[in-house]
Ligand binder design. Structure first.
Ligand SMILES: Cc1cc2nc3c(=O)[nH]c(=O)nc-3n(C[C@H](O)[C@H](O)[C@H](O)COP(=O)(O)OP(=O)(O)OC[C@H]3O[C@@H](n4cnc5c(N)ncnc54)[C@H](O)[C@@H]3O)c2cc1C
Length: 372
């Protein structure tokens, strides 16, 4: 048995505490605030068994031109935001080339496909079933070309990874989600993913389970002086009152938003922004609200200010899980990018196995950062 300190009580840190505890270690989680109140609070709440490929940076000249001109809503940036993480962004772009992206997807897909199996027992033990829906989520497609591309993606994911999906016509979508009030071309129902009506609440209930099982959560802030190249993709959300919310989260990627029914209201969550400081009136959120109002009959905003947090993305797109070289007692577990809420309990098992004498996963080791 080892005495282990875990830094940070987000989904990743709390899952790590639980996985180490299950192997008999004596674990304390050190948190500067409250468990589950940062990025693990503000996400879209998807536990995504279908997200078998990490987000690649769009590299076609047309897409790069749009991003450079600040058009579109998928990626926004400011010169200061881009310059402060230029090296990591360049490596991320390099790893977005098809061959490198395919390599990363092999490992990523293996991790993602375990996510509901890992969350399931934790949800049950934490008594958090009341905030989990096991009905998947819906991605809408507004044009025939997008629908055709979606069909190919669904077929590929089914063949290569066993992902379940149902393609629906616009009419089938309206029957399933009567809250949608316009006609769209169609949709993909990613049926084996789960979603959560209170992501911060789920982390808090996992933290309570950790404490019930003998773990400690203490407040302390300390820096270890490690410098890690990362791409920080800022996202925003706001909740809106809605009388009859949809039954599933609705991803409208054509407008770069995910609309999730949450306890506080309909949560509009945005795509990526490379900025060191948050904007007061983010254009992606404004655009997302416009798209949401077109789809649904929604009311006023619940909060005056948007929430904001940053997705921790590694330049090679894979999380960092394992022992830090030259530091026999320091272990890394971070960098889950767009899917840390999904993956926390999956990679926690890998880390806890390695810390307890197992082999770990070679492709996730922190040593690769030095080579990077
Ligand atoms: C808009 C948006 C939508 C998203 N949607 C999804 C989704 O649908 N599904 C999904 O799987 N993922 C989603 N993500 C990504 C996901 O939220 C993150 O990958 C995940 O929350 C990261 O978890 P974490 O535990 O690493 O970080 P955090 O949740 O940020 O936790 C880190 C913790 O460390 C603490 N801390 C930091 N520094 C110190 C210190 N020096 N000392 C002590 N404590 C410290 C912080 O207070 C915090 O509690 C989304 C992200 C965004 C921004």
């Amino acid at each position: 048995m080892a005495e282990v300190l875990v830094l940070g009580a987000g989904m990743v840190g709390v899952s790590t505490g639980l996985a180490l505890q299950a192997r008999g270690h004596d674990v304390t989680i050190i948190e500067r605030g409250v468990p589950g109140r940062e990025t693990s609070y503000g996400n879209a709440g998807l536990i995504q068994t279908e997200a078998v490929e990490p987000y690649a940076m769009p590299l076609s000249p047309g897409a790069l031109f749009q991003i450079a001109l600040g058009r579109g809503y998928d990626v926004k940036w400011t010169p200061q935001g881009l310059l402060s993480q230029l090296g990591a962004v360049a490596t991320y772009a390099w790893n977005s080339r098809p061959a490198a992206h395919r390599r990363a997807s092999v490992t990523w897909g293996k991790l993602i496909r375990q996510s509901t199996d890992r969350h399931g027992p934790l949800i049950a033990a934490a008594g958090a079933d009341n905030i989990i829906r096991r009905n998947g989520y819906i991605e809408i497609h507004r044009t025939p070309a997008k629908m055709e591309a979606a069909r190919k993606t669904a077929e590929r994911f089914a063949t290569e990874f066993g992902v379940q999906a149902r393609l629906m016509s616009g009419a089938e979508l309206r029957a399933m989600e009567p809250a949608i009030r316009i006609e769209v071309e169609g949709a993909t129902h990613w049926s084996d993913s789960w979603n959560c009506a209170d992501p911060g609440g789920l982390v808090a209930s996992y933290a309570a389970l950790f404490q019930k099982r003998g773990g400690r959560v203490v407040n302390l802030t300390q820096r270890f002086g490690l410098k890690v190249p990362m791409v920080f993709k800022r996202g925003y959300h706001k909740h809106y009152h809605m009388e009859l919310p949809p039954h599933h989260p609705i991803a409208d990627f054509g407008n770069s938003v995910v609309l999730s029914p949450m306890r506080r209201g309909l949560r509009i969550a945005t795509a990526a922004e490379l900025t060191p400081h948050p904007r007061l009136s983010p254009p992606q959120l404004k655009h997302g609200e416009k798209a949401a109002r077109e789809l649904f009959d929604i009311g006023a905003a619940v909060e005056a200010e948007p929430w904001t947090g940053r997705r921790p993305c590694m330049p090679d797109m894979l999380p960092v899980v394992g022992r830090v070289p030259d530091q026999p007692n320091l272990w890394a577990h971070f960098g889950h990018g767009h899917q840390g809420f999904t993956l926390g309990p999956v990679t926690a098992e890998i880390l806890a196995d390695e810390l307890s004498g197992g082999e770990g996963w070679a492709e996730l080791q922190p040593g690769r950062l030095k080579r990077g």
